[in-house]
Design a protein around this ligand. Structure first.
Ligand code: CP3
Length: 342
C-alpha cells in the first residue's frame, strides 16, 4: 500500500499525478446507493458487513478514485459506549438521551470494541476485495464534533447547548472529551488492525470556536489522539471546516495531513500549516452543481496553488452534496489526474 499515490502524497513523496478522493463519496447522490437504501435503513447497512462492503466499493467502481473510505457514520462507535442514537431522514443523527449533566457521564461506558465488530469485519472484507488496488481510509469523528451531537442531541447550526456546557462546566466537558478521546483512539487502532491504510478524524463543526477556546478546550485532546495514533504507523488526516482561524493550532495537534476547506486559498492554507505537512482539499462542494467548465477552472486554480509540491491530496472542502450529478464527480476525478500529470 505504501506505493500507492494516495499514501505517498500523505507522506509528501513524489507521485505521478495528484491523488483524488471525495468526502462522502458513498451515499445518496448515487443511484446504486439508493437501490440498497430502498430495502435497508442507514443503520441496517452499517451493521451489515456485506452491505457496508457493497456501498463502500460503489464509488470506486464508478469513478477513477485513489482511495476508498469505509462506509459508517461518526455516530457508529457510540454503539461501543452504550449511547443510543438513530439516523433520521433529513435530520441526521439523533441521540436518544443527550449527555447534559455529571450524572449522565456515568451512562458513557468504557469503549467495548466487540459491539462494533461488524465494522472491523466490513473493513476486512473491503480490503480483501480491493486486493491492493486502492487503500482504504478508516475514520472517526473528533471529540468536539461528537460532543456537539452528544450534548445537543441533534444537528444544530450553533450547537449552543454544547458550547454553553463547554464554557460553564469544565468538569463535565473534560469528562465528555476524555471519554470520547479514548473511544476514538481505540476505535481507530482497531480499524488499523482490521486493515485500513490511513485514518481521518472529522472535526466538522470545530470552526464554531475561537482560537482561544480551541486551544484550551479542544486541542489538548486532539494532540492526545494523534500522539496515540502515531504508533499505528498509518497516515493521520485531520479535517475540519471553518478552520481559517485555527490552522496553526490544528497543525500543532500533530496529524500528517491537514484538511482545508474552500474559505482559504490552498496556497495560503498550506503556507500556514507548513510545508512539513501534507494538505487535503479544497474545492467548494457546491461548485460540483455548476457546469463542468466552471468546475475545471476552479480545479485548475487549486492545482496551480498546490504548485506541484509533493503532499497535495485533491478533495472537496466538505462532503459531496446529495443533488450532485454523478457525471460531474466522474469527470472531476479524471480531470484532476490528467491536469496534474508530472
Ligand atoms: O465519506 C463516505 O462516503 C463515508 C461515509 C460517511 C457518512 N457519514 C455516511 C452517512 C462519513 C465519512 C460520514 C461522516 C459524518 N457524519 C460527519 C463528518 C463529515 C461531515 O460531513 O461533516 C458528520 C458531521 C456526520 C453526521 C451525519 N450523519 C449527518 C449530518 C447526517 C445527515 C446527512 C445528510 O446528508 O442528510 C448523517 C447521515 C449519513 N451519514 C448519511 C450517510 C450516507 C445519510 C444517510 C441516509 O439517509 O442514507
Amino acid at each position: 500500500m505504501s506505493e500507492h499515490r494516495f499514501i505517498k502524497a500523505c507522506r509528501r513523496e513524489e507521485t505521478d499525478c495528484t491523488p483524488v478522493w471525495f468526502m462522502r463519496q458513498a451515499g445518496r447522490y448515487l443511484h446504486e446507493y439508493m437501490a440498497v437504501r430502498a430495502d435497508h435503513s442507514f443503520l441496517e447497512i452499517s451493521r451489515s458487513p456485506e452491505l457496508t462492503k457493497e456501498v463502500t466499493l460503489q464509488p470506486l467502481r464508478a469513478f477513477d478514485l485513489d482511495a476508498a473510505i469505509i462506509f459508517a457514520d461518526i455516530m457508529t462507535p457510540f454503539e461501543g459506549i452504550d449511547i443510543d442514537f438513530d439516523i433520521e431522514a433529513g435530520a441526521g443523527p439523533v441521540i436518544t438521551e443527550p449527555v447534559q449533566t455529571l450524572a449522565d457521564l456515568e451512562r458513557m461506558k468504557p469503549f467495548d470494541a466487540s459491539k462494533v465488530d461488524f465494522l472491523f469485519e466490513a473493513i476486512g472484507q473491503v480490503v480483501a476485495e480491493l486486493d491492493g488496488q486502492a487503500p482504504l481510509i478508516g475514520f472517526a469523528g473528533a471529540p468536539f464534533t461528537l460532543a456537539c451531537y452528544l450534548i445537543q442531541g441533534r444537528s444544530s447550526r450553533e450547537f449552543g447547548k454544547a458550547r454553553h456546557i463547554m464554557y460553564t462546566q469544565p468538569e463535565l466537558w473534560d469528562g465528555v472529551m476524555t471519554r470520547l478521546s479514548s473511544m476514538v483512539v481505540e476505535y481507530l487502532e482497531r480499524q488499523v488492525q482490521a486493515g485500513v491504510a490511513a485514518v481521518q478524524v472529522f472535526d466538522s463543526w470545530v470552526g464554531l470556536l475561537s482560537p482561544y477556546d480551541y486551544k484550551t478546550k479542544v486541542a489538548p485532546y486532539m494532540k492526545g489522539i494523534f500522539d496515540a495514533l502515531a504508533g499505528t504507523g498509518v497516515p493521520r488526516i485531520h479535517f475540519g471546516t471553518g478552520t481559517t482561524g485555527l490552522l496553526e493550532l490544528m497543525r500543532d495537534a500533530g496529524a500528517d495531513v491537514i484538511g482545508l476547506d474552500w474559505r482559504i486559498s490552498l496556497d495560503e492554507g498550506w503556507r500556514r500549516v507548513g510545508y512539513d505537512r501534507a494538505v487535503q482539499g479544497n474545492l467548494d462542494p457546491v461548485l460540483l452543481l455548476s457546469d463542468m467548465e466552471t468546475v475545471k477552472t476552479q480545479m485548475q486554480r487549486i492545482l496551480d496553488e498546490a504548485a506541484g509540491r509533493p503532499g497535495h491530496i485533491f478533495n472537496l472542502g466538505h462532503g459531496i452534496i446529495r443533488t450532485t450529478p454523478r457525471e460531474h464527480v466522474a469527470e472531476l476525478a479524471k480531470a484532476v489526474h490528467e491536469a496534474s500529470k508530472r
